[in-house]
Each structure stands twice: as structure tokens, then as C-alpha cells.
Design a protein around this ligand. Structure first.
Ligand SMILES: *Cc1c(COP(=O)(O)O)cnc(C)c1O
Length: 434
């Protein structure tokens, strides 16, 4: 299958090229030329399949032409070594918990899949591939853990010294093996600038193979469709979908997760309505309301993984629906929440149902409370474990109430290893050449 650029100013490329390059030559985002559909019958018996079996069926429709099926199956099964369960919160609202992976956030699924697919494509190569990733916290940990131990690939995580939480830092500085953490004397923007400069450095790129594991990569983005199908299957299995329409709410920042859901629906998944739940960073909300798209600098909120002022995957949403504002505003309903509301909702849900949301999930939950009609059932994506935001969450529900899961505690016990770098490009360049 070919992949085209959303900017349509460059020739289509193979899956391998799309995965290795990440971004198209005209700075557009890659999209699959076709979206494989399921027959309606598939959904009548989908509840008899396991998560891995469902994910493999979905993966076949994206990658089946380009990856040997046995290999693809291995990649899918190896990626999904943890569950994404659907948990009841109220009679009408369920939480799709995407935090059971190694770093307790949904990005684990895409990062693990991409690492394995990249490894498949590079298998016969003799030269080491360097993955560069700049992080303000969560992306670095998902990518580092996703690629941990994958042969032929070395991951370099650049992060701003003193500006990520201790838990986040432990998740990518204690791993060793093929993961190196670079502690940069500067801000997140400085880190990102170093990475971008390296990609544009022609001479450097002749000497070393560099690639990115950015969330715009098709190999990170498309596999996120897996858990939407599984959520449907598990709800059907439990009988609660009987006579009900399904509404899915996605806490959104760069809109990759939501776009994967929209693609799942294009493949036939019976979702009546998608909701984009935002924090105060509301450019897409505004677009849905007015038809005007005005990207702007992000503002800081307590749901900080959604602090995005120019969502990269918005280009994919426009492309998917031929830039039709009418169609897009039908397909996606927008909700936005202030920090004050997020805090209030977190506390209310906790008191009324004893379910503890993280600040991102709380936005999804509240949008369902406001949107759902009589014969509808809602699922919100719980995108991270509340313990990843302990400070904020305990500030709301009380000190000492958020339990640190064993997985996170284990990271905290590891020994921190990092290489210190200043923010000057020459030093980063020399490091890469060593
Ligand atoms: C990355 C992230 C988001 C935003 O997801 P997008 O795909 O960028 O919209 C939401 N919540 C958490 C916890 C995240 O880490």
C-alpha cells in the first residue's frame, strides 16, 4: 500500500519509507491511500475474538500488503503484551483504560508497534539506526520503553534538565541497553531544536542513519485503532451495548489518538459519535464551532499532555473529510474544560463512583456526562494512570491517596544514567558522530 502526503506535493511512498522518514518531504503527514473496510458481519462475532486477534485483523488491513503475515502477527502480539480493559464507571459511562503498558500511558501501544515494525524493515541492514526523540516527559518514556532491547536501533532521548518530573525522568534514564538519555541544559524547545537541526544536517545524515519516533509517524498512529475495536468487542461481550448507540470521547492534544478512532469508524466500527475533549487549548474546539482554524502558542494546564496549540494531526482530520467543516463538525463534537472544572470533575467522579481519573480522562468523562442521550452508552479513553500526575491528583483528592503502581515504583528504584549536554548544536553533533 502507498502512503501519500496530506500536503499532496510529493510522490507517494512505500510503508517502509513512511515509517523510516516519519514526515513527508513536503512537510505533510503520511496517510494510507486506502482504508480497508470490514464486512458488517465481522462485528456480529467480534466479541468472540481476543484483543490480539482483533488487533491482527485490523493490522492486516493497514499493513497486510507490506509485511509478511506471520511477521505482522508476531509484531502485533508482541506489542500487546498488556490489556486495554473497559471498566464500568457509571451505568452509562465506561473507561477504556490505556494505562496498563510499561509506562502507563496510551503511547505505549504505538511506540511498541513502531519499534517492532522499524526493526522488521531494517533487519537486513548492517548499520545502526539512531532514533532521536525530544521530550517534555511522556513521549520520551513511551518511546524509550517501546524500543528497549530492540536490535539494530539506538534511542537518544533529549530532555530539559530539571524540567521533567522525577517519575518521568526515571522512566527513560534508568533503562540502559540501547537507550541513552541526554540531559540538556535548556528548555524543551532547545531539545526539539537540536533534533530538528540534526535532521536537516546533510553531512551528518550521510554518516549516520537518523530517524524520529514522533507521534506523527504512521507506525505509531495507526495501531491506536486496535483498542477502539477491542473496546467495542468487550462491551458487546458483556451485553451492555444491546439496543444502545456507542459514543466515544477522546482527551485530545495532538489529535493522533482521535484520528485513529475516526479511521476505525471509516473501517466500519459502529461508533455513533466521537467527542474531542480538550483543556483550555481549544483551537480545534473553536474550529468545530466556527469553521476557523487559528493555531496559537499553547497555554499550561493541569492536563499537560494536551497542552498543544497547533495539533499536528489536524491535517489528517482535514484530509480524511476533504476539508469539509460541515462533515468534520458532524463527525466530532467538541468540549473544552478549564483547570477548575477538571479538578471539580476529578473529585466528583471519585466521590460518587470511587473511580479515580487522571486529569486528561476527567475531560473525557465530563464530556460524556454532558453529551449522552437516553439510548446511548459512552466510553472515554483513560489515557494515563492517575499516578503519573500524583501531585495534581492528590492536590484534589487528598495527600497520600494515589497509590504508586509497582511498575512506576520499579523505575524509581533504578539508577539514573544520563549524558549532560549544553544546548549548542556542535556538541550534540559530535556526540552523534562518536
Ligand atoms: C499524548 C497524551 C494525550 C494526547 O493525545 P493525542 O493523541 O496527542 O491527542 C492525552 N493524554 C495523555 C495522558 C497523553 O500522554
Amino acid at each position: 500500500m502507498k502512503y501519500y502526503s496530506t500536503n499532496k506535493n510529493t510522490p507517494e511512498v512505500s510503508l517502509k519509507e513512511a515509517v523510516v522518514k516519519g514526515l513527508a518531504a513536503d512537510n505533510g503527514l503520511f496517510m494510507p491511500e486506502r482504508i480497508g473496510k470490514f464486512e458488517p458481519e465481522f462485528f456480529e462475532t467480534i466479541d468472540q475474538l481476543s484483543f490480539q486477534e482483533i488487533a491482527f485483523e485490523v493490522a492486516l488491513r493497514f499493513f497486510g500488503e507490506d509485511v509478511e503475515h506471520e511477521h505482522l502477527k508476531e509484531i502485533v502480539y508482541d506489542t500487546l503484551q498488556f490489556d486495554c480493559p473497559v471498566v464500568k464507571v457509571t451505568d452509562k459511562i465506561y473507561s477504556l483504560e490505556l494505562f496498563h503498558g510499561p509506562t502507563l500511558a496510551f503511547k505505549d501501544v504505538g511506540a511498541r508497534f513502531m519499534a517492532r515494525l522499524l526493526n522488521y524493515f531494517l533487519e537486513k541492514k548492517e548499520q545502526l539506526v539512531n532514533v532521536l526523540v525530544a521530550t517534555s516527559g511522556d513521549t520520551g518514556s513511551a518511546v524509550a520503553n517501546g524500543f528497549l532491547g530492540v536490535e539494530g536501533i539506538h534511542v537518544h532521548v533529549l530532555y530539559p534538565k530539571g524540567k521533567v518530573s522525577k517519575i518521568q525522568e526515571a522512566q527513560f534514564t534508568t533503562l540502559g541497553q540501547n537507550i541513552t538519555a541526554l540531559e540538556v541544559e535548556g528548555t524543551f524547545d532547545d531539545c526539539q531544536h537540536l533534533v530538528k537541526t540534526a535532521f536537516l544536517d546533510k553531512e551528518l545524515n550521510e554518516k549516520v542513519i537518523l530517524t524520529s519516533a514522533n507521534s506523527i509517524n504512521v507506525a505509531r498512529f495507526l495501531p491506536q485503532a486496535f483498542y477502539y475495536f477491542n473496546a467495542y468487542a468487550r462491551l458487546k461481550e458483556s451485553g451492555v451495548l444491546e439496543g444502545k448507540e456507542l459514543v466515544v470521547s477522546v482527551p485530545s492534544g495532538n489529535f493522533g489518538n482521535l484520528t485513529a478512532g475516526l479511521i476505525a469508524a471509516e473501517m466500519g466500527l459502529p461508533v455513533k459519535q466521537f467527542i474531542a475533549a480538550n483543556n483550555a487549548n481549544d483551537v480545534v474546539f473553536e474550529y468545530l464551532e466556527t469553521g476557523k482554524y487559528n493555531p496559537r502558542p499553547s497555554v499550561e494546564t493541569i492536563a499537560n499532555a494536551m497542552d498543544v496549540g497547533a495539533p499536528s494531526n489536524f491535517a489528517r482530520i482535514l484530509d480524511l473529510y476533504d476539508h469539509s467543516h460541515q462533515l468534520i463538525s458532524e463527525k466530532i463534537k467538541g468540549f473544552r474544560y478549564s483547570d477548575e472544572t477538571i479538578r471539580k470533575v476529578l473529585l466528583e467522579v471519585y466521590h460518587e463512583t470511587s473511580y479515580l481519573c487522571d486529569p486528561h480522562g476527567a475531560c473525557g468523562y465530563q464530556s460524556l456526562v454532558e453529551y449522552l442521550g437516553g439510548d446511548q452508552l459512552g466510553v472515554f479513553l483513560e489515557t494515563a494512570h492517575p499516578a503519573k500526575f500524583t501531585e495534581t491528583v492528590e492536590d484534589v483528592i487528598g495527600k497520600g491517596k494515589v497509590e504508586l503502581p509497582d511498575k512506576l515504583a520499579a523505575f524509581m528504584k533504578g539508577e539514573k544514567q544520563s549524558i549532560k549536554l549544553n544546548k549548542h548544536y556542535e556538541d550534540f553533533r559530535n556526540y552523534l558522530l562518536e
